[in-house]
Design a protein around this ligand. Structure first.
Ligand SMILES: C[S@@+](CC[C@H](N)C(=O)[O-])C[C@H]1O[C@@H](n2cnc3c(N)ncnc32)[C@H](O)[C@@H]1O
Length: 272
């Protein structure tokens, strides 16, 4: 198969990619027929999914804005996806133009597009890596000068931990990331759930097995556990649109339909 110009040769165009399916849902242009086909199939089973994805981006933007206002000036965004409007670096650098952002993704298309969008931005960079290698990510982000772990940092895990099955020990990955931070640091997580969900959600989850990354839905208690000893800030681990909405009208009568929790935790003391 011929690859479109500028895309890395290792891209597998015979299987849909989670990053490109996600890009399609967000109205982006970085996806192929095979991704659109799966996206339409998933959308027909779970009509709320596009809303969930948009709500996920909105949650991330609100969290980054809050952290920027708290003085956080370095962000490690793991599972950053294909950049669309309102990226983490745009939100963070609108508050502090010298805020540093390290984007990390496993998907070569997401990495290639991130690199081209960030060309010329001396305070942001991209790492092609797997969340399952947290030590490598932390080391590389420091080597590239993207983050300094001697100072408070925000680690963003938006819509990505559900791609780590229990067999790959997500709790240990999270513990490694938390342990690398100094007090004053933050952790942002959004994560799909089966709690309060209709059966179609589980069918869609099964469809996700056809992408290179299958989803593991988890309970609120499990998502809360990923924050470890960090202090979870108000309003807690909640359905994403309920996390500090910009306006009451941004929350509809059924926030649980989004099928994903969001939360922010702060490192208040040395934790392991
Ligand atoms: C649903 S998108 C979320 C994008 C962005 N964080 C957001 O909230 O808008 C999930 C991203 O995680 C990436 N991803 C999945 N598994 C990963 C892994 N093990 N390590 C790093 N990135 C991963 C996918 O390639 C995809 O770009």
């Amino acid at each position: 198969m011929t690859l479109p110009d500028g895309l890395p040769a290792e891209i597998d165009l015979t299987r849909p990619s989670a990053a490109r399916v996600y890009d399609y849902f967000l109205g982006g242009a970085h996806n192929f027929e095979i991704d659109r086909h799966l996206a339409e199939q998933i959308a027909s089973m779970t009509p709320n999914l596009a809303d969930t994805m948009r709500a996920g981006r909105a949650f991330l933007r609100r969290a980054v804005r809050m952290l920027g206002q708290e003085g956080i000036d370095q962000f490690l965004d793991i599972g950053s996806g294909i950049p669309t409007v309102g990226n983490v670096h745009e939100v963070a650098q609108a508050i502090n133009p010298t805020a540093r952002i390290g984007y990390v993704d496993i998907d070569p298309v997401a990495v290639a597009h991130s690199r081209s969008i960030l060309a010329g931005n001396e305070y942001a960079g991209v790492i092609h890596a797997d969340l399952r290698e947290p030590d490598r990510i932390l080391a590389e982000a420091q080597q590239l000068g993207l983050i300094d772990l001697g100072r408070p940092v925000a680690i963003l895990l938006a819509g990505v931990v559900h791609f780590i099955p229990d067999a790959d020990r997500p709790a240990e990955i999270l513990a490694t990331l938390r342990a690398a931070t100094v007090p004053g640091s933050y952790l942002v997580i959004s994560h799909s759930t089966y709690e309060d969900q209709p059966p179609e959600m589980l069918d869609a989850q099964r469809l996700s097995a056809r992408t290179s990354t299958e989803i593991t839905l988890r309970s609120r208690a499990e998502v809360t556990g990923f924050f470890g000893d960090f202090t979870i800030v108000d309003p807690g681990v909640v359905h994403m649109s309920l996390w500090r909405p910009d306006a009451p009208s941004d929350v509809d009568d059924h926030p649980e339909r989004l099928g994903a929790f969001g939360g922010v935790g702060r490192h208040d003391r040395s934790v392991g």
